[in-house]
Design a protein around this ligand. Structure first.
Ligand code: FMN
Length: 357
């Protein structure tokens, strides 16, 4: 029998050939938001290595929505065409191309990690960030401009525009980045949302921006294609967004039916967070949300062995195993895992078959 990790998953009209998803990972290597040969080689290699679902890094919906000046974006046709070349190649490897659509909010305008990280200085091209609040992420970071209604509508429209370009580029799955302290997460969390208008205050009002983004993306994203949402399922901070909040949101998402899968991450919205990092440390979120809300989930976070990955899918704890750093270091991991799990039907690319020793 084919191991569970290598069984296909069909969502709407899309069949993903196995349960391994390349987690979105910023490469900080785009110029003017345009992907280039680095991104081609990075995503192509992981498609050749057998991951069923190849997700781009956080791809930002506007210039000032980027985390760093070197982050990828999708707001114009040149960016779309650069991505199309990558998408077309990913498809030739039997993998499904996905795009993560993102807005960095008050965590934008930073330097890339190897330039020191942290907020950009004005000499290095700092820009005005935006957020539901005017309070910075932490002391010393840029003070964001508090969004008014017109600015909220503009950000929502930017998500729709990027979704339209993503469809034109041939992506088959879109993932909305609602995690890690970026704009959508900033609205969701009581820690970063101090508004008292219809976009803040109680739980339902803090969800409003997310609903508007989902509706805007869905208006451009065909109903036969899946839509994922990455959430920070816990902020790991007293008084912050909790797993219970995530479950409540997931139940609403399941009832509305626009979003098909929750990619269950955590943290990133408060520097006081205490994350108990270890193998599968976020898996309980994916399991609880799947069980209690009845929606598909992806588990991410230090899932590093084929046996562990297989057990997650086999036991029904999650539907997808989302892998970041392991695949960064070893693009061929899925093919090696197939061998370990004796998934005989999984074929190496013929060009590489002689490496299948
Ligand atoms: C270099 C790097 C870049 C990342 N960029 C993103 C990103 O663009 N979007 C996102 O949602 N998460 C991002 N993450 C988080 C990963 O997608 C993943 O959730 C995290 O690394 C935990 O999974 P892992 O233990 O398998 O690496 C990034 C992580 C790394 C290491």
């Amino acid at each position: 029998m084919t191991p569970h990790l290598f069984q296909p998953l069909t969502i709407r009209s899309v069949t993903i050939k196995n349960r391994i998803m390349l987690s979105p990972m910023c490469q900080y290597s785009a110029i003017d938001g345009e992907m280039n040969d680095w991104h081609f080689a990075h995503l192509a290699a992981r498609a050749m290595g057998g991951a069923g679902l190849i997700c781009t890094e956080a791809t930002h919906v506007a210039p000032h929505a980027r985390i760093t000046p070197y982050c990828a974006g999708l707001w114009n046709e040149t960016q779309r065409e650069r991505m199309k070349r990558i998408v077309d190649f990913v498809v030739t490897q039997g993998a499904t191309p996905a795009i993560q659509l993102a807005h960095a909010g008050r965590k934008g305008s930073t330097a890339r990690p190897w330039d020191g990280g942290g907020p950009l200085t004005s000499e290095n091209g700092a820009w005005q960030t935006i957020a539901p609040t005017d309070r910075p992420f932490q002391q010393g970071w840029h003070a964001p401009k508090r969004l008014d209604r017109a600015m909220i509508a503009e950000a929502v429209a930017q998500f729709a525009h990027s979704a339209k370009l993503a469809r034109q580029a041939g992506f088959q799955i879109a993932e909305i980045h609602g995690a890690h302290g970026y704009l959508i997460n900033e609205f969701l969390s009581p820690i970063s949302n101090d508004r008292n208008d219809e976009y803040g205050g109680g739980f339902d009002d803090r969800l409003r921006f997310l609903w508007e983004v989902i509706a805007a993306v869905r208006s451009e994203w065909p109903s036969n294609l899946p839509l994922f949402l990455r959430l920070s399922c816990s902020e790991w901070v007293e008084g912050g967004w909790t797993l219970e909040d995530s479950i409540a949101l997931a139940k609403m998402l399941a009832a509305r039916g626009d979003v098909d899968l929750i990619d269950c991450s955590s943290g990133g919205n408060d520097p006081r967070q205490q994350i108990p990092v270890g193998p599968g440390y976020q898996l309980p979120f994916a399991t609880a949300i799947k069980a209690q809300a009845g929606i598909l989930t992806g588990a991410v976070g230090m899932i590093h062995t084929s046996d562990f990955a297989e057990s997650i899918v086999a036991s029904g704890q999650a539907d997808l195993v989302v892998m970041g750093r392991k695949l960064l270091g070893d693009p061929m991991w899925p093919l090696k895992a197939a061998k370990e799990l004796r998934a005989q039907a999984v074929k190496w690319p013929p060009q590489y078959e002689r490496a299948n020793l």
